[in-house]
Design a protein around this ligand. Structure first.
Ligand SMILES: [Zn+2]
Length: 153
C-alpha cells in the first residue's frame, strides 16, 4: 500500500533548495497523496509546523514548494497530504506554507506567478486574517490567530 502511494509523485532536483515534488499520474481532487509519518525535529527551513511547538520532517513535505494557489493541502489532523484540486502528471505538488507555519525561519519573496500571490512568505503571523480566510489552514494556526487577536486587545 505504501508503495502504491509513492507512485503519485517523484522528486525533481537534488539539493534541498531546488528540490520539488511533481505528480507522476493524474491525481484527483481530494485524493490522499501521502500519509504523513510524524517524525519530530527542531524547526528548520525543511520542517513543517504540526502544533504550537512541534515540527516534523518528512521527505515529501520537505520537497514541496510553496504556492499561493496550491495544488495540495497538508491536513495535520488527518496526517495526510491531500490534493486541493485535480493535478495533472508533471504538475508540481505544492502547498500554502502559512497553512502550517506561524513564523518561518527562512522567509522568501514568492514568485509563484499566481494572480493572488501574497508576495513575501514569512508565516501566517504576518498575514491579514481576511487573506488567511481564503485558505484552508490547520487548527494550530487558527488557534495562534485567536491568541494574537486576544493579545492585541
Ligand atoms: Zn505566490
Amino acid at each position: 500500500m505504501t508503495q502504491q502511494l509513492i507512485d503519485f509523485y517523484r522528486f525533481v532536483g537534488n539539493q534541498d533548495c531546488d528540490r520539488k515534488a511533481v505528480a507522476t499520474v493524474k491525481i484527483k481532487k481530494g485524493q490522499v497523496i501521502k500519509n504523513i509519518n510524524f517524525v519530530f525535529s527542531p524547526q528548520n527551513f525543511l520542517t513543517v509546523q504540526a502544533g504550537f511547538d512541534k515540527h516534523i520532517l518528512d521527505e515529501l513535505l520537505a520537497a514541496m514548494n510553496h504556492s499561493c494557489s496550491p495544488t495540495a493541502f497538508v491536513n495535520l489532523a488527518k496526517k495526510q497530504i491531500i490534493a486541493e484540486r485535480d493535478i495533472a502528471p508533471g504538475e508540481e505538488i505544492t502547498f500554502f506554507y502559512p497553512s502550517t507555519e506561524w513564523i518561518m525561519v527562512r522567509p522568501f519573496q514568492c514568485k509563484c506567478g499566481s494572480p493572488n500571490c501574497i508576495g513575501k512568505v514569512s508565516g501566517a503571523e504576518d498575514l491579514p486574517i481576511s487573506l488567511l480566510k481564503k485558505y484552508e489552514i490547520n487548527s494550530h494556526i487558527k488557534q495562534s490567530i485567536l491568541e494574537s487577536i486576544y493579545k492585541k486587545r
